[in-house]
Design a protein around this ligand. Sequence first.
Ligand SMILES: CCCCC/C=C\C/C=C\C/C=C\CCC(=O)SCCNC(=O)CCNC(=O)[C@H](O)C(C)(C)COP(=O)(O)OP(=O)(O)OC[C@H]1O[C@@H](n2cnc3c(N)ncnc32)[C@H](O)[C@@H]1OP(=O)(O)O
Ligand SMILES: Cc1cc2nc3c(=O)[nH]c(=O)nc-3n(C[C@H](O)[C@H](O)[C@H](O)COP(=O)(O)OP(=O)(O)OC[C@H]3O[C@@H](n4cnc5c(N)ncnc54)[C@H](O)[C@@H]3O)c2cc1C
Length: 649
Amino acid sequence: MANVNPDLRKERENGTFSVEKLTNLLDGGKHVTDRRRHVERLALNEFSKGEDYNFMSRKERYISALHKTERALRCCKEYGLTKPDEVYWLWQLAFPHEASPIQLHGDMFLPTLTRQGTEEQVNKYLPLAEKYQIIGTYAQTEMGHGTFIRGLETTATYDPQTEEFILHSPTLTSLKWWPGGLGKTSNYAIVMALLYTNGKNYGMHPFMVQLRSHETHEPLPGITIGDIGPKFGFDTIDNGFVQFDHFRIPREDMLMKYSQVLKDGTYVKSTKLKKSSYGVMVLVRSMLIYYLAIQGLAPACTIAIRYSAVRRQSEQTKSQLEPQILDYQTQQYKLFPILASAYAVLFTGVKMKEIYYEVDNEIQQGHTERLPELHALSSGLKALTSSMASWCIERCRLACGGHGYSAASGFPKIYVAVTAACTYEGENTVMLLQCARYLIKTYQGASNGKKLSGSVSYLSDKVNSRSTITSEFSLKSLVDAFKHRAFRFQACGSDPEDSWNRNSVVLTKAAEAHCYYYMVSVFESVVEAVEDDAVKRVVGQLCQLFALFAIHENAGDFVQDGFISNDQMELVKWKELSLLSDIRRNAVLLVDAFDFHDEFIGSILGRFDGNVYANLFEWAKSSPLNKPEVQESYIKYLQPLLNPNKSKL
Ligand SMILES: CCCCC/C=C\C/C=C\C/C=C\CCC(=O)SCCNC(=O)CCNC(=O)[C@H](O)C(C)(C)COP(=O)(O)OP(=O)(O)OC[C@H]1O[C@@H](n2cnc3c(N)ncnc32)[C@H](O)[C@@H]1OP(=O)(O)O
Ligand SMILES: Cc1cc2nc3c(=O)[nH]c(=O)nc-3n(C[C@H](O)[C@H](O)[C@H](O)COP(=O)(O)OP(=O)(O)OC[C@H]3O[C@@H](n4cnc5c(N)ncnc54)[C@H](O)[C@@H]3O)c2cc1C
């Protein structure tokens, strides 16, 4: 590539492995890389030019996103992109670190319809929804409740006289609040409401509700609806509110795959599937982990590492060139564990998607045995990886000094999009407690001799009482360390005597320990399966660093019961620091392997060509505040101060 910054060029000439082979590994094969690049070329043709998001108002961002949505849908149709991955590849270049106002239509509305609707209901609504004559959202959270689903207040009361449900918001706190696209975009929603029939409350059930007229898009009578106002981020999505005032819908619009209300109001439960109406949340949590890697961790460390290779600052040796800040050990300590985390979360996300589809297929066949474990694992991993991603993106920003604080860095947009995942789809603390609840039950089962399988099988294994960590730092010995810690936490976190709340801090740590063990195990299995020796070595170093960084950061957990001795912990610290210099040589190539387009990263600091300063200056000059040279506000507010005499003339 012409005019690449010389420092970056040198980095790329000095690597020890094939970037292309690692990209193929990350994609899941060369054929996937080739297809992805083809779709991305199509997307760049359509979306690479356009107004700078940073210089738009919120309303402009929303309107621009609606326009891009229409163009993206047209592109997918024109190019015959129907597979979820292909649609995603185009969509992520249309909406880099944004989300379309119709994001919830595909992410939650359609999956809920197809999983909770009867065949008739799916046949009625799916064709319309697939043609976007219906654009839906998923309306569950209310102003007063998001976490505690059983505390939601919206009611759906069955009227056998008219064979209708009456939807009503009985209190101010019962207003549906937050659903994405609810404010101005969606004309339908799947509304989660308390089902009342024959005077009895049967709890939360899903209802298909038309919100706006097909002809005018005006809200239907009995519906008050709107946008909830500016947020921390996600400016392009009109998260909204809706208030129902005795709004009637036909009986047929309760999604009745798992439970029914007959014409006379009789309630029928036709499934042994536990929490069947909670199913779509498991889907989104399971899918989210992969996206936290490729939408959050990976772009953030790409920006910070590329910038750290071109940024020269301070003086290490008299009269020498200022060093690349990537040569400072402290900078490596900030960034390389994050690079390792990006790989760890990506591999875990791929695995989580595989498991989800396996269990979902089993459930469709009526086998629900693995659902509790899937719920627990997806809840725990969603919490751990979204917290990790949030923390890491902020650390990447801080590692880039003043320019890291500029919107030109790309960090603000990435951060506000990713950090929302700590809250939506289940607030992280509550998700960790859900995971812990399952772990306690399975640990107690194992203690009573039950043979466990899957991600909790270790709870019925015999675990080593002393670490086998040596100066070799084999991946197996590192996995064993996390297995021991997770086991110990489950054993001490499950004292039935203690009240749940008094134990809950330890329980969240037990859930995190379980998920960390799972992530290190997945990472190790990926490394073991790599065929190319050079790629295996460099990815193995990242796995070691991911594990050693976590052991060092949580040293107390590992030395408290003597599992890792003080001497071994000294070895851990030594190896962690020596890995930093091992990884230094390949750092830029390891982020190049993510194969991101500059248009997706959206960062002047993270440009592939490393030409930061010239482009930063051009970007700043393009800021609307710089036109005209002297703003009108000068005359009104500054001149009276600066030139009091002049302003009186
Ligand atoms: C990084 C960029 C990504 C790019 C993506 C871009 C945009 C984002 C796209 C999509 C997301 C956007 C918006 C997000 C949408 C939302 O946020 S939708 C609303 C989400 N809300 C929640 O997640 C609510 C969280 N709360 C709960 O799930 C429940 O209240 C609870 C905490 C699970 C408790 O439920 P409750 O009914 O009280 O159950 P209880 O505690 O009494 O019993 C628990 C038992 O039930 C089992 N269980 C719970 N949940 C599930 C489930 N989902 N599936 C299966 N089983 C479940 C649990 O294991 C317990 O079983 P026991 O055997 O009894 O122990
Ligand atoms: C960007 C964004 C998009 C969203 N999109 C949608 C959407 O499309 N559809 C939808 O229905 N919802 C949506 N939501 C809402 C989201 O699902 C809820 O905000 C989320 O579930 C958290 O619930 P809450 O807001 O009630 O938080 P709360 O539960 O009130 O959390 C506040 C604090 O209370 C603590 N807490 C609560 N319960 C417990 C407990 N049992 N034990 C210990 N601590 C507890 C939490 O840990 C947290 O620290 C969205 C939210 C955001 C931010």
